[in-house]
Design a protein around this ligand. Structure first.
Ligand SMILES: [Zn+2]
Ligand SMILES: [Zn+2]
Length: 389
């Protein structure tokens, strides 16, 4: 079995640290895309490299004259707006931006897979390494899907992974069905009428409606995580009037994040939340409006792809475990599993690894070898197995 040479592994660690040093936020990954292209051209030389896919996306293809399925493996490219506290030599040089979600490691691992594939080309079918921008804000997958060059590929299978702190290094965690929650941000505006603070009865204050809404949103949650009915409404922000002692408030904003295990549950939760807003606003004679932001579909894993991933992990010498409940976070990978047979999984980044988006997080380089080994086996199995629809 093809393993990575020491020199190749060293190059993968080096590019991971280079990507870490120059992080870019969602939608602004132009420099990252160039670094990836340079690395692919210098070291891996796939048959084709498509650039500017769905924004700053890069797609490296290993073609084959013998027909077979098209398998895509996806890594995300963007960093997050967190101030890094590391003293490592490769710490972020861009103030307030850092790879605190490990997407630098996801990219390096996909490049490591490229080394393996370049040496051991698929015997039939086609493998694509997809570097996807703008995962954090939920827009990247949709932009990739809208790109005609991506559509022309018509992939049969799409798989992705995320590193997971708190779990032993290299342990695969996966489950069939919902793996990551659907979520969306709901921004509510309540509008009444300001008045002099000495004569509040002359105005229409949203104060009571706002407080009642915040309380009643909490009651929408059904925190039974291993149940498909799991739903969570988290108030994340609230504002009433202006910071002026002379004015009774005339408007309010409440922001709440809604989260469910399945997409159809999200529809139901949104309707309940909207009905609450309408009721409380009408009771208080207020105008109201709702806007939705950061909408993520649930990631629904195909059972046959999950079974195949479990086998691939064991072949790669990794511990494979199924989890009994979806991850609470959301991933825009759900847009791929809506359209193609595919699955998202997690690989443990170590029990002592700081949590994602924390200022002291750093992707463990040791995961690059294990992750690329696992993905090679997963790709090979997908290329050779004929799957039930
Ligand atoms: Zn993240
Ligand atoms: Zn992430």
């Amino acid at each position: 079995m093809t393993s990575l040479g020491d020199a190749e592994l060293a190059l993968c660690h080096q590019i991971r640290q280079e990507l870490h040093r120059y992080p870019e936020l969602s939608g602004a990954e132009s420099d990252t895309a160039e670094r990836l292209q340079r690395f692919l051209a210098a070291h891996i030389r796939p048959d084709r490299v498509l650039t500017g896919v769905g924004g700053h996306g890069v797609l490296a293809l290993f073609d084959n004259p013998h027909p077979g399925p098209t398998v895509l493996l996806r890594a995300d490219m963007d960093a997050v707006a967190v101030h890094e506290t590391s003293v490592a030599s490769y710490r972020s040089v861009h103030e307030g931006k850092a790879h605190m979600c490990g997407h630098d490691g996801h990219m390096a691992t996909l490049l490591a897979l490229g080394f393996r594939l370049a040496r051991e080309r698929p015997e039939a079918g086609r493998v694509g390494l997809l570097f996807q921008p703008a995962e954090e804000d939920g827009t990247g997958a949709m932009a990739i899907l809208a790109d005609e060059r991506f559509q022309a590929l018509a992939p049969d299978y799409v798989i992705g992974w995320h590193n997971l702190p708190g779990t032993a290094l290299g342990t695969l965690l996966v489950r069939a069905g919902s793996f990551a929650c659907a979520s969306c941000g709901m921004a509510i505006t309540l509008t009444g009428k300001t008045s002099h603070a000495a004569k509040p009865e002359d105005g229409v204050s949203p104060q009571v409606a706002m407080c009642r809404l915040m309380e009643r949103f909490s009651a929408l949650s059904t925190p039974v995580e291993n149940d498909e009915a799991f739903a969570l409404a988290t108030v994340v922000y609230a504002r009433l009037g202006e910071p002026a002692f002379g004015i009774a408030p005339g408007d309010a904003t409440v922001m709440v994040t809604l989260r469910t295990a399945a997409d159809h549950r999200m529809q139901a939760l949104r309707q309940k939340a909207e009905a609450l807003v309408q009721h409380e606003a009408e009771q208080a004679s207020l105008q109201w409006s709702i806007r939705y932001h950061d909408e993520f579909a649930a990631t629904e894993n195909h059972p046959a792809v999950v079974a195949l991933m479990m086998g691939a992990a064991e072949e790669a010498g990794l511990v494979a475990e199924t989890v009994d409940r979806p991850m609470r976070w959301s991933e825009d990978f759900g847009q791929f599993t809506r359209r193609f047979q595919g699955a998202l999984c997690c690989l443990g980044s170590g029990e002592s690894c700081p949590q994602l988006h924390n200022p002291d997080y750093d992707f463990p380089d040791a995961l690059i070898e294990q992750g690329s080994h696992f993905m090679l086996h997963a790709a090979k199995r997908l290329l050779s197995v004929s799957m039930p629809a």
